[in-house]
Design a binder for this molecule. Sequence first.
Ligand SMILES: C[S@@+](CC[C@H](N)C(=O)[O-])C[C@H]1O[C@@H](n2cnc3c(N)ncnc32)[C@H](O)[C@@H]1O
Length: 236
Amino acid sequence: MKGQEWYQQETVVESYEDKRFSRGGGRLTDRLEKAAVFESLAPVEDKKILEIACGTGRFSVMLAERGADMVGLDISAPMLGEGRDKARRTGVDDHMEFMRGDAARLPFPDDHFDSVFAIRFFHLVDEPEAYLREMARVSKGQVVFETYNRFSGRSLYNWALPMGSRLYSRSEVDSMIEAADLRLTGETHEFVVPFGLYRKLPGSVARAFRTVEETIDRTSLGDRLASISYWNATVE
Ligand SMILES: C[S@@+](CC[C@H](N)C(=O)[O-])C[C@H]1O[C@@H](n2cnc3c(N)ncnc32)[C@H](O)[C@@H]1O
């Protein structure tokens, strides 16, 4: 599994948000991802939600701020430490719990949460079916996950990344969903310009790219070229 050791390193963790989400195009992608996650899960108020591989709690804290009863699970103690600090600063630590654990063996009974989701996680895993099955087991309703797409701009530079990423075809996603006894209820395809490239751009250039991208997104070509997809599924 990629990334387990990588995200234990203090230097990687300290710069995780700063490098990816705090400036220019990175800040824009952070906002767009948060909007996509919120739309997939809304309404979230009083819902019991689990985030797998929550990292520094970018999404968990945002959902707790909107009234969700959140649990964020991650294997990296330093990433969770950043998340706890953020929850305290934001004032949501009373309905936000961060837990250290392995997504392969979730420490919860069956049907424990209303919704379970994972963002920027499935590109790291070798056996996606097993992880998705485990997410489905602890959800009594909704499962949302994101994949990086095989036939997209991402595949042009994936080989150059330090860890590379597992990229998914549509048929792989369909068979994962079937193997986990889930039913697909919605899908959103985003980022013709992959977000790894976005974050290298100054804000004004990124916003101009985004305007062009939104026009392409409204076409079926946009769906086919998108570098990431959000899959919204329900437990059968
Ligand atoms: C790219 S980060 C994404 C964090 C967060 N979801 C986000 O989008 O900001 C990947 C995260 O997966 C976590 N991770 C990797 N393997 C894991 C496992 N087996 N169980 C739980 N978390 C894991 C890492 O520690 C890291 O925090």
